[in-house]
Ligand binder design. Structure first.
Ligand SMILES: Nc1ncnc2c1ncn2[C@@H]1O[C@H](COP(=O)(O)OP(=O)(O)O)[C@@H](O)[C@H]1O
Ligand SMILES: [Mg+2]
Length: 247
């Protein structure tokens, strides 16, 4: 057995909840929602971590504006603390260089990140999942057994097609699904809500398509004031189910 597996359990021992933001499809707002959710939870004084598991296309640092220099290393790697959020990303190690990973390398990089990061005590760790239902998703299901999956979708039929597969995969693996959150809502559409109902999981509401988002990127104060983050703030109680209560 891979000894790093026991290491991962130790590293996550004091993390109360893990919320994995997924959806299967790229470009639907998983990274925005992961970053914004970490922001909203930390505004509530919850100790919050953010792990960008998009190993080849990390971008949470672009949304939140955290530094991507090498983090400090003392018996493991310390997440970078940015506006109170403990952030970890492949971007810390590769800068702007491409990360061409194939097959087993994906798993190894992911396991390594989980095995070395010193999260310490966290109320919640938000995990930004990459697109696809391959290695990273299988590893998350295997290694983050306690994760609760927040599924992002848009009303587009091509997105719904992939999100349906994601929900099926989560269901077949007995994963805990927090619900489905619609992003970039353009007009009244019921596709996402219907999909949630079809799988018997909660529909968590809709976030608007926000034309001002691009300008606010990288600046936490401006991001926090955007309509899309305001809408997410209103949905957080629903997303958290029993509530991200501080204990
Ligand atoms: N609600 C929204 N309104 C406007 N733009 C959005 C919204 N959600 C995401 N975006 C934009 O869409 C693009 C893809 O978002 P991202 O979070 O990177 O998607 P994913 O992580 O699913 O690939 C980014 O440019 C992001 O700023
Ligand atoms: Mg992403």
């Amino acid at each position: 057995m891979d000894p790093r597996r026991a290491g991962i359990e130790r590293r996550l021992h004091s993390v109360k909840r893990i919320v994995a933001v997924t959806g299967g499809k790229g470009g639907i707002g998983k990274s925005l929602i992961s970053s914004a959710l970490a922001l909203v939870l930390s505004e509530r004084e919850l100790s919050t971590g953010l792990l960008d598991l998009d190993l080849t296309g990390p971008c949470d640092h672009v949304f939140l504006g955290f530094e991507t220099g090498l983090p400090s290393e003392v018996f493991g790697i310390e997440p970078v603390i940015h506006h109170g959020i403990r952030c970890m990303s492949m971007a810390h190690f590769v800068g702007e260089r491409p990360v061409p990973l194939r097959g087993e390398d994906v798993s190894n990089a992911l396991v390594e990140l989980l095995a070395v990061t010193r999260w310490g005590e966290l109320d919640v760790l938000v995990v930004d999942m990459p697109p696809g239902l391959g290695d990273a998703m299988l590893d998350a299901l295997r290694l983050l057994r306690q994760a609760e999956f927040l599924v992002v979708a848009t009303g587009s039929r091509v997105v719904l097609e992939t999100v349906r597969r994601t929900l099926r995969m989560l269901s077949e693996n007995g994963a805990n699904v927090l619900g489905v959150l619609e992003n970039m809502q353009r007009e009244e559409s019921v596709g996402v809500e219907e999909l949630a109902r079809c799988f018997g999981v909660p529909f968590l509401g809709s976030l608007p398509l926000d034309g001002g988002l691009e300008e606010a990127m990288g600046d936490v104060a401006r991001l926090a004031a955007t309509p899309v983050v305001a809408a997410l703030r209103r949905r957080t109680g629903v997303i958290s189910g029993s509530g991200f209560a501080r204990s």
